[in-house]
Every structure is written in structure tokens, then in C-alpha cells.
Design a protein around this ligand. Structure first.
Ligand SMILES: *Cc1c(COP(=O)(O)O)cnc(C)c1O
Length: 458
């Protein structure tokens, strides 16, 4: 008999989660004005709001916490992290920051000015925010296949090199300070970029004399997909693949809350000393002195260990197979989800799931609320609420895809939890014909309304 899949870790410490009744949850979601961000976490049984900062640290990471050096300057924790970053990514220079968007803020302060053009693959929202805040423009060059949810393609995060070359040709070099490649591409559903695409992109960037930075929150999950899907890499270790990936970049920004499995932290990696020097000034201004930049010593220690934990094949195999395990359960039942399964989350196509709910009534939010009431499972809307209103017309913007994201925290839930999540969603799917109406807005903020919006049942 073939041995079945099993998690590559055992559990040393547990945290209780609270069951509740459907009546409780109906009351709680009403009290929360039908906003899932507004629910207290102890009223959630399984929390799939995000995989950011929600992972479980290992015994090795916790023991590193005790060895943290909290000296203001020259702390051993800084050098431990510096060595780990050099070892894993190959970058000689780095700046610690308190999280990923802080790394973007520091790097972009040193590189981007008004009117600049920043090509890339579906820039993440904070990345785009930091670009547009500087009155520069993010241009999405992702391959068209990425936007067809049912199409099977191994590397839906890839950049279309023709689209990229058009951008590079049609603007002067001085206007394009860098290209940003997001690995894996979060905004297109946690989809990976192939090594072949990274290599070709770097060659093209070199030809035009433009730098490449990787937005690297999920670089290890990307490396796993390269190993599994790109023939030439099947016998290479994750760390060898990671080193080659970063060899095609001039630097990186990192949200360590994802693949480095810490609850808070980030950094910028640099190949060139001039880039490091320029950014250092802004790091001191915005984050902290060069040797801690927004992180305590113990957190840098845990992050250094997390970079090793997160690039172990067995851990990645457990993680990505768990996400696929949930995806397969839903797909086999006929539930419309994005395919292939992403590295960190499963995305449900809410328009196809609830075809009777009008688009003006927030379909993905309606689905998220139904799933919460059904089983106490919290996902997040990636749809019309998130897309905000058009600043000119004040009308709702209806994005191409109306999705409910189920992000899986790292090393937190077991496959029994995945079974439970699938059952809750299947129950909602079985009664989808009775769900004909959604919600209307009672109160909303002018931007980023999804965090605080208040809704009313129609
Ligand atoms: C999470 C994330 C960021 C921002 O990082 P924070 O730590 O949340 O500030 C940037 N880029 C990508 C791809 C991300 O997933």
C-alpha cells in the first residue's frame, strides 16, 4: 500500500479555538454590521482571513527568541539575520524593516519619483499604493492566461515579455527606475513565476539597463512550484532554486510575515552597495537605525531561523499539499474555484457560486457571510467592496473577478480543519438557489472602505 500524505511536523503547543452555534453567529455577524473584519477572533472557529503574520513558529524559532540581542547598535541578532539572508538569497546588503510595506516605502523613497513608470506582474495593493502615492504608475504586464480562472497553466504569475518590452521601448530609461516581479503573484491568486521567465526578464532588463527587484513575500512557495513544474529543476533543492531565482534580481523587498513564518517583520535585500547606501538614509528616517530598523533583536533571530524553516522541502510540501487538499475537495464537488490552486490560498469565484445575487449587492461579501454563518469559517472578500468607488464618478467599480479568498495560515490547521471548511462551503453550495439577495452599504470610508464598511441585509 502506498503510504499516504502526512504533515511533516508534530504539535508541541496548542491554542484552543471556540465552537459556536449558528444562532450565535447570526447574532454576531449582525452586531458586526456584516463586516468580517469587525468580528472578534474568538467568535471565529477557523480563521482564513489572511496567511500574513498568522503562521505558527517552530520550536527552533521560539528558542531563538530567547537569544535575541537587544543592543541598539551592533547586535548579534542583526548579524545572524544578515548571514541568513546572504546564505538563503545571496544578497550582500540588507535593511531590516517592520513589515513588507515598510520595505516598499524605504526602497521606493530612494528610487521612485513623480511620473515614473514601474512595470511588473499584477503589483500587490500596498506596492501599487506606494507607487501611486509618489504619483508614479504601475503597469501590469502579467500574461493574459492569468485572468481566466479555469485555465490550467503552470505559471500564471509570469510576465508577458512582449508587453514588458513595449513598455521599456516606449518610455525613456530615466523614467523606469525598476521592474518589480512579484513571486508568487498574490494579486493573480498566489500563482508562481517560472525560472525561465525570471531569467528572460532579467536579460531583457539588462539590455535596457533597468534594475529588477523581486517582491518576495512568497519566494519559497514559488521555488516549490518551480521544482514541481519546471523539468530542469526537479532534482534541485529548494535552497539551490531560491539562490538561482535571486541571482536574476538586483534586490528584493520582503514581507517576512508570509514565507519566513514570523508574526511581524520585513527587510530589503540589495546586490549593490550604492542602492543600499541610498536607501539607508530613509530606513533611519522611517524605520529605525540600520541594525534593527523596526524590529527587536528577538524578532530578527526568529526571522533568521524562519528563513531556514520556510525553505525546507518537507515543510513546503506539507503546506502546498494542504492548500491543494482543500482545493481538490471543493473542485471535486463542482464548486467554482480558481485553478490551478494557489500556493497560499483558494479563491472561490463568487459570481459563479451565487449567480442569483445582483452584482450591486456585493456577491463575494454575501458568500463570505453565508460561510461564516454556516460554520464559523472566516474568509475575505476580494471583489467590489475592495475595489472601492471610482474617484471621479463616485460609482462602484466592478472588478473582472469577484472572489472570496480562503488564505491558509502556515503550520496552524490540520487536514481535519480542511475537511470542516469544505463541508461548510459545500452546505452553502447545496442551498445556493435560495440565496438571491445580498447587502447594501449603510456607511463607508472614502478609501479602503472594506476594512470599516457597515452593511445591511436586503
Ligand atoms: C503582504 C505583501 C506585501 C506587504 O507586506 P506587509 O508585511 O503586509 O506590509 C507586499 N507584497 C506582497 C506580494 C505581499 O503578499
Amino acid at each position: 500500500m502506498e503510504l499516504p500524505f502526512a504533515e511533516s511536523y508534530k504539535i508541541k503547543m496548542v491554542e484552543s479555538i471556540k465552537r459556536s452555534t449558528r444562532q450565535d453567529r447570526k447574532k454576531w455577524i449582525e452586531e458586526a454590521d456584516y463586516n468580517l473584519f469587525n468580528i472578534k477572533s474568538d467568535r471565529v472557529f477557523i480563521d482564513l482571513l489572511t496567511d500574513s503574520g498568522t503562521g505558527a513558529m517552530s520550536d527552533k524559532q521560539w528558542s531563538e527568541m530567547m537569544l535575541g540581542d537587544e543592543s541598539y547598535a551592533g547586535a548579534s541578532s542583526f548579524f545572524k539575520l544578515k548571514d541568513a539572508i546572504k546564505d538563503i538569497t545571496g544578497f550582500d546588503y540588507f535593511l531590516p524593516t517592520h513589515q513588507g510595506r515598510a520595505a516598499e516605502n524605504v526602497l521606493f523613497s530612494s528610487k521612485i519619483k513623480e511620473g515614473d513608470i514601474i512595470p511588473g506582474n499584477s503589483h500587490f495593493d500596498t506596492t501599487k499604493g506606494h507607487i501611486e502615492y509618489r504619483k508614479a504608475h504601475a503597469i501590469d504586464c502579467t500574461i493574459d492566461e492569468a485572468f481566466i480562472t479555469t485555465l490550467d497553466h503552470p505559471f500564471k504569475g509570469n510576465v508577458d515579455l512582449n508587453k514588458l518590452e513595449d513598455v521599456l521601448k516606449s518610455h525613456p530609461k530615466e523614467k523606469i527606475p525598476l521592474i518589480i516581479l512579484t513571486i508568487t503573484c498574490n494579486s493573480s491568486g498566489g500563482q508562481p513565476v517560472s525560472m525561465e521567465n525570471m531569467r528572460a526578464l532579467k536579460e531583457m532588463a539588462d539590455k535596457y539597463g533597468i534594475q529588477v527587484f523581486f517582491d518576495s513575500a512568497r519566494f519559497a512557495e514559488n521555488a516549490y512550484f518551480i521544482k514541481m513544474r519546471e523539468e530542469a529543476y526537479k532534482d534541485m533543492s529548494i535552497r539551490e532554486i531560491v539562490r538561482e531565482m535571486f541571482s536574476y534580481a538586483d534586490g528584493m523587498t520582503m514581507s517576512s510575515k508570509k514565507d519566513a513564518i514570523v508574526n511581524m517583520g520585513g527587510f530589503i535585500g540589495f546586490r549593490h552597495e550604492e542602492d543600499y547606501d541610498k536607501a539607508s538614509v530613509f530606513n533611519i528616517l522611517f524605520e529605525g537605525y540600520l541594525s534593527y530598523g523596526g524590529m527587536s533583536g528577538r524578532d530578527m533571530n526568529a526571522l533568521a531561523q524562519g528563513l531556514y524553516d520556510g525553505t525546507e522541502f518537507d515543510y513546503l510540501d506539507t503546506r502546498i499539499k494542504q492548500v491543494a487538499y482543500l482545493g481538490k475537495k471543493l473542485k471535486d464537488y463542482g464548486i467554482p474555484i480558481q485553478y490551478p490552486y494557489g500556493g497560499h490560498a483558494i479563491f472561490i469565484d463568487a459570481r459563479k457560486f451565487l449567480p442569483k445575487v445582483p452584482k450591486e449587492q456585493y456577491i463575494a461579501q454575501t458568500l463570505g457571510i453565508e460561510i461564516y454563518i454556516e460554520g464559523g469559517v472566516r474568509g475575505v472578500e476580494i471583489g467590489t467592496l475592495l475595489a472601492d468607488r471610482d474617484p471621479e464618478t463616485g460609482e462602484n467599480r466592478y472588478p473582472d473577478l469577484e472572489l472570496l479568498r480562503l488564505a491558509i495560515p502556515r503550520r496552524v490547521y490540520t487536514n481535519n480543519h480542511m475537511d470542516y471548511i469544505a463541508a461548510a462551503i459545500i452546505n452553502v453550495y447545496d442551498r445556493r438557489d435560495q440565496i438571491k439577495t445580498g447587502f447594501e452599504i449603510v456607511k463607508e470610508a472614502p478609501i479602503l472602505r472594506h476594512f470599516t464598511v457597515k452593511l445591511k441585509k436586503i
